[in-house]
Design a protein around this ligand. Structure first.
Ligand SMILES: Cc1ncc(COP(=O)(O)O)c(C=O)c1O
Length: 426
């Protein structure tokens, strides 16, 4: 047996994680029965408990019909409240600041209705040049909605020439210099492409000091890195639950609005019957009475069958805890990083994620110097059973997820890259 493979097995024995709680897909190729699943940054694996929990909610509907709203074991009327505590703990928020609802881009729009209020010179929206396209489209459409030109309203932050990642100081300097023209800063906490973890408290402080509102897309941060949204004074944030939160394809999103904005009557908000105080919901009055919590941003009655998998998954995070997960994540990603250092040294492959563990979550992104990333991902899958996520033209992303990935999975990534990408003699 290869000594590094042996070391991987030893590390797994000493630091096993919680893989037993998840379904791991079978491999489509290679010599191992299970896939080395490194794509949890795209779609997390299914917790074993999800199916039974979901069946219990389906059974309640079958047995009770409409009476399930009050009589189901987990009554549907207050069902969303079951998610509030665990979601708040996950992102470092107070329960009144967090609600699970809708999907991520929809929530970003609903939040921008309240928090993107261009006025006078202060109209611009700052995003990353490598923002996820949905966010780019969302902010451009918000600019148009306000009658503004998206090309001049949206400022796209780029790294310095020859660098792959943003420097916090550059972002803060820009906000200090031009902040009086900025209405909204909307950045990804962990960048989807590079895996860079931005300094959320520092950038939030700089944006707010400049008089802008600061919101965060935490799709790649929630469940990946520890967050303290309340203490960091973040204005608002949203995240999806289908990546690190393992709640299934297209799963519901989470929303955070800082306490200081709750109950404000000067903020515009779109409303529906779920925006009103729960106790008044069935009074069927023509005018709403929104609560002084983030639930005022809810609109429709929540989809119970979609909430179930989020509830099941958040219970796992609650029982394991983000501090323990982060510790394992640092160990696992460091191991993958060291293996990648070896395999990339003499191949046209470059790790673009910051080397400093404080500036990244678990994802390591590799730029390939030749050929197509999608083609490489296909070969890794069908020849080696390694599932990774390609972003054309040239990035392939590997995320050893601390809940279920193994040291041996990481070793398989390196072995598969070594076998697939020819070494070059320098
Ligand atoms: C950073 C980021 N923002 C937004 C989205 C879009 O999410 P949704 O389709 O759930 O709105 C994604 C999807 O992967 C994402 O990674």
């Amino acid at each position: 047996m290869h000594t590094l493979e042996q070391e991987a097995h030893q590390r797994d024995a000493g630091d096993p994680g919680h893989r037993h709680l998840f379904h791991v897909p079978p491999a489509d190729g290679g010599r191992h029965p299970e896939a080395a699943y490194l794509a949890g940054n795209s779609l997390g694996l299914q917790p074993r408990a999800t199916r039974d929990d979901l069946l219990a909610d389906l059974d309640a509907w079958a047995r009770l019909g409409v009476e399930g709203h009050l009589e189901a074991k987990r009554p549907w009327l207050p069902y969303h409240e079951l998610l509030t505590g665990p979601a708040a703990r996950l992102v470092g928020a107070r329960p009144a600041e967090v609600v699970v609802m809708n999907s991520l881009t929809v929530d970003l729009h609903l939040l921008m209705v309240s928090f993107y209020r261009p006025a006078g010179r202060r109209t611009r929206i700052v995003i990353e040049d490598t923002a996820f396209p949905s966010d780019s489209y969302a902010v451009r459409s918000q600019a148009r909605f306000h009658g503004l030109d998206p090309d001049t309203t949206v400022v796209r932050l780029t790294p310095r020439a020859g660098e792959d990642n943003l420097r916090t100081s550059d972002v803060c300097d820009l906000l200090a210099a031009e902040g009086d023209t900025v209405a909204l800063v909307l950045l990804g906490g962990v960048n989807y492409l590079t895996g860079e973890l931005l300094d959320i408290p520092a950038i939030t402080a700089a944006g707010r000091a400049a008089g802008a509102v600061v919101g965060w897309d935490l799709a790649h941060a929630a469940g990946n890195v520890p967050l303290a949204l309340h203490d960091w004074d973040v204005d608002f944030a949203a995240w999806c639950s289908y990546k690190y939160l393992n709640s299934g394809p297209g799963a519901l999103a989470g929303v955070f609005v800082h306490e200081r904005h709750l109950g404000r009557t000067d903020l515009p908000r779109f409303e529906g019957w779920w925006s009103t105080e729960a106790t008044t919901r069935f009074e069927m009055t023509p005018v709403s009475r929104p609560p002084a919590t983030v639930e005022a941003w809810q609109i429709s009655n929540p989809p119970i069958l979609a909430m179930g998998p989020v509830r099941t998954s958040l219970e796992i995070f609650d029982s394991v805890g983000m501090p323990a997960l982060r510790e394992r994540s640092l160990r696992l990603t460091d191991w993958l990083g060291r293996l990648l250092d070896e395999v990339t040294a003499d191949r046209p492959l470059t790790v673009v994620t910051p080397r400093d563990p404080a500036r990244r979550g678990c994802q390591l992104s590799v730029r390939i110097g030749a050929g197509s990333a999608a083609e490489l991902a296909k070969r890794l899958r069908y020849e080696h059973g390694v599932i990774a996520d390609a972003r054309e033209p040239d990035i392939i992303r590997f995320a050893p997820v601390p809940l279920y990935s193994t040291y041996h999975d990481c070793w398989r990534v390196a072995e598969a890259l070594a076998a697939t990408v020819p070494a070059v003699t320098r």
